[in-house]
Ligand binder design. Sequence first.
Ligand SMILES: *[C@@H]1O[C@H](CO)[C@@H](O)[C@H](O)[C@H]1NC(C)=O
Ligand SMILES: *[C@@H]1O[C@H](CO)[C@@H](O)[C@H](O)[C@H]1NC(C)=O
Ligand SMILES: *[C@@H]1O[C@H](CO)[C@@H](O)[C@H](O)[C@H]1NC(C)=O
Ligand SMILES: *[C@@H]1O[C@H](CO)[C@@H](O)[C@H](O)[C@H]1NC(C)=O
Ligand SMILES: *[C@@H]1O[C@H](CO)[C@@H](O)[C@H](O)[C@H]1NC(C)=O
Ligand SMILES: *[C@@H]1O[C@H](CO)[C@@H](O)[C@H](O)[C@H]1NC(C)=O
Ligand SMILES: *[C@@H]1O[C@H](CO)[C@@H](O)[C@H](O)[C@H]1NC(C)=O
Ligand SMILES: *[C@@H]1O[C@H](CO)[C@@H](O)[C@H](O)[C@H]1NC(C)=O
Ligand SMILES: [Zn+2]
Length: 477
Amino acid sequence: MTSKPHMVSFALAALTLSTAFSLHPDQQKVLLVSFDGFRWDYLYKFPTPHFHYVMRNGVHVKQVTNIFITKTYPNHYTLVTGLFAENHGIVANDMFDPILNKSFALDHMNIYDSDFWEGATPIWITNQRAGHASGTAMWPGGDVKIHKSFPTYYLAYNESVSFEDRVAKIIEWFTSKDPINLGLLYWEDPDDMGHHLGPDSPLMGPVISDIDKKLGYLIQMLKKAKLWTVVNLIITSDHGMTQCSEERVIELDKYLNRDHYTLIDQSPVAAILPREGKFNEVYEALADAHPNLTVYKQEEVPERWHYKRNDRIQPVIAVADEGWNILQNKSDDFLLGNHGYDNALAEMHPIFLAHGPAFRKNFTKEAMNSTDLYPLLCHLLNVTAMPHNGSFRNVQDLLNSATPKAIPYTQSTTLLLGSDIPGVYEQEESYPYFIGVSLGSIIVIVFFVIFIKHLIPSQVPALQDMQAEIAQPLLQA
Ligand SMILES: *[C@@H]1O[C@H](CO)[C@@H](O)[C@H](O)[C@H]1NC(C)=O
Ligand SMILES: *[C@@H]1O[C@H](CO)[C@@H](O)[C@H](O)[C@H]1NC(C)=O
Ligand SMILES: *[C@@H]1O[C@H](CO)[C@@H](O)[C@H](O)[C@H]1NC(C)=O
Ligand SMILES: *[C@@H]1O[C@H](CO)[C@@H](O)[C@H](O)[C@H]1NC(C)=O
Ligand SMILES: *[C@@H]1O[C@H](CO)[C@@H](O)[C@H](O)[C@H]1NC(C)=O
Ligand SMILES: *[C@@H]1O[C@H](CO)[C@@H](O)[C@H](O)[C@H]1NC(C)=O
Ligand SMILES: *[C@@H]1O[C@H](CO)[C@@H](O)[C@H](O)[C@H]1NC(C)=O
Ligand SMILES: *[C@@H]1O[C@H](CO)[C@@H](O)[C@H](O)[C@H]1NC(C)=O
Ligand SMILES: [Zn+2]
């Protein structure tokens, strides 16, 4: 019988083809998005259909333990370095480095001093050193020269630039002649409004709804640019937010003489630099001052915060209880919502969702550490991680496979499960699925044709030629 070798070669060709088509692109693409101050449970408190769409078609981690202090700059730098604050050196939004004799203050935007950033190397630089291109749209630190490099593409920080314009840049970079494989996108809300209104305000509903629409817009633009099925989209945040009250204010002026110290960072973690010779006086005046204020000498800060081994951590650290604010006196700015508190508090925790070819579908994980994002990013980008405090193993289960560069065909079962959703959701999941099904159908039909031809008793002399002809276009597809 001549049919056997034919069948075998056909089966081999089919296998090769289906494998080739089901492989994800060699180079994974990643878009990391941060919506500042998006507390983990806003997803349940307010209608957020676009976030839930991503969760159903991707992964969701319920409790992300971020790093102390739960402030914007320290946590954004952790997301891109995998290091605790004491290790990456961005220990607060407002800092003083006694060795450099320099200050870093968000309000004055004097954050462009490279010296403050060079305790670590952010992922965009490591990605570039590996020969790839990165782009940052307002990501904290993304427009600072670090270790002599800027991102390949970046937007200089300007809070007035609309979300739509930021998205347009990201899409432009992903589709440019020298395309990025790593994009970082930052948006200031819901943090701004959370501080202003307080997270318990019913007015937070429209704020979260607006963020949800922004995510919807991003998804729409990614689809339009044919990036939705090829980009691994990771949506997270730096911290949560807790409700404050004018009833819960700790006034330093009641306990300390202003001439005895400099207040480097204010609330809810006061970083206090006593004047020369005033350390004991300041520490003792504050130590038992208020039941809702815990005061530490730098070297006594609890180990679990990883917040002592850095010159930028001041000699006295005073931490307020959740919902309490530290002011010098009541005429200082007061916020109805705040963050920065103990990172063990659930209200300080951010969201974490992801969607894309590397991620599982409709998968929920209970908990992760925010330091684990960095090794995950390095894995996806195929770059060697710098020393860090995370663990890839702890988040590996978010991925389709341990080696997403060559996901075997059997993984398409997850695609089938993922596409089992009505309406609009079906379309977006079906791109790789379509190719699989189409190829499968063609192969089955071809098999049938050959099989039937073989059933015809008279030998078909042209079969071998015909088979070659059928096989060729498939191989070129
Ligand atoms: C990963 O990077 C190494 C070099 O560091 C390279 O040899 C390999 O081909 C890359 N793999 C993929 C799938 O890009
Ligand atoms: C630190 O810088 C300030 C100016 O910002 C200067 O007045 C002071 O002398 C400097 N201190 C030292 C020790 O160099
Ligand atoms: C910031 O962006 C706004 C809106 O695009 C623009 O009008 C303004 O000129 C920008 N500011 C700077 C300093 O570039
Ligand atoms: C503030 O201190 C009081 C007295 O110790 C305590 O009962 C209360 O629980 C504290 N508040 C918070 C939010 O921890
Ligand atoms: C609070 O401090 C400011 C200086 O920062 C001072 O002008 C003001 O009088 C103080 N207010 C009270 C109530 O002590
Ligand atoms: C997602 O998973 C949950 C259980 O984990 C299941 O109840 C639900 O039907 C799944 N949804 C989809 C769209 O697959
Ligand atoms: C977070 O990190 C700590 C310390 O390494 C570890 O004990 C804990 O299991 C991690 N948590 C998760 C959810 O992986
Ligand atoms: C965090 O990582 C840095 C860099 O590898 C290391 O020096 C430091 O000891 C780590 N911290 C902890 C608590 O493991
Ligand atoms: Zn923030």
